[in-house]
Design a binder for this molecule. Structure first.
Ligand SMILES: [Fe+2]
Length: 260
């Protein structure tokens, strides 16, 4: 007889493809409506109690993690890496992020309550970067591009995006082309040629996961557009870091005012 925890696990798998080494599990799987078969060459295995389950696709392992109610930063990073290995477009990772953001309280618990504005690198390679970005109240980032795809997910607060496009016949200039408000639980992909600016329109910190794929986010030659003139110039990482610190100074001063 399987432990209660394992029976719950098998029932929670939904449509996932599952296999097991334990012959006694087959009856339970079939009773739960699964078609059982001998499986060879699975993608990976995970051991929970005395059931060993394997999945033929990383996404199915991601689904398992969600069903288990787990958002752990290490698990999330591993799921993103697995999804990216299976599909180097934004699509598989967007699914991972969307599942994680569907339980924002769990993400918040794992990453910690935002305390100050900043960009924390959770993972970085030459083709995939995962950031935990905290926006200060009222903070605005000038229009910029990434030159690689991105996926944004909000786990606390709100992040408004303005989209821009180059003006034909006016080199290095852009004009506004649209906007999208992202609230808690929202996930949005950005194409590799997107130009956007970001604002946190609320009076508290916003927490977001930003993932960049298909290039080295920190090494890429990127552009940003001056907030006043909208003229294009080369992205300046030091300036971005100063912008976060200035936003923190304003935020901390506002907290002191409230305390006083
Ligand atoms: Fe961006």
């Amino acid at each position: 007889m399987l432990p209660q925890q394992d029976r719950l696990l098998v029932r929670s798998l939904g449509s996932a493809s599952v296999w097991t080494h334990d012959a006694s599990c087959f009856n339970l799987l079939e009773a739960s409506g699964y078609r059982t078969q001998a499986a060879v060459g699975v993608w990976g295995t995970t051991r929970f109690g005395n059931i060993q389950v394997g999945f033929e696709h990383p996404i199915e392992q991601v689904r398992l993690a969600r069903e288990m109610g787990m958002f752990e930063t290490e698990r999330f990073i591993a799921d993103c890496e697995a999804a990216f290995a299976a599909d180097s477009s934004h699509k598989a990772i967007r699914e991972v992020v969307a599942r994680a953001m569907s339980e924002p309280a769990t993400v918040l618990k794992s990453l910690g309550e935002p305390k100050r504005a900043g960009s924390q690198t959770l993972f970085h390679s030459d083709s995939l970067t995962i950031l935990n970005v905290i926006w200060a109240p009222g903070m605005m980032v000038m229009p910029h591009n990434h030159r690689m795809w991105a996926v944004i997910g909000i786990y606390s607060g709100r992040e408004d995006n303005v989209f821009w496009r180059r003006i034909p016949g006016e080199p290095n200039r852009i004009e506004a082309a649209g906007a999208k408000a992202l609230c808690e639980k929202d996930t949005m992909p950005l194409g590799s040629d997107v130009i956007h600016s970001v604002i946190n329109p609320i009076d508290r910190l916003t927490g977001a996961i930003h993932i960049y794929g298909g290039g080295d986010f920190f090494a890429a030659e990127r552009s940003e557009w001056d907030s006043l003139t909208l003229d294009e110039h080369r992205h300046d990482r030091a300036r971005t870091l100063r912008m976060f610190e200035q936003a923190n100074a304003r935020y901390e001063a506002s907290l002191r005012t409230l305390d006083g």
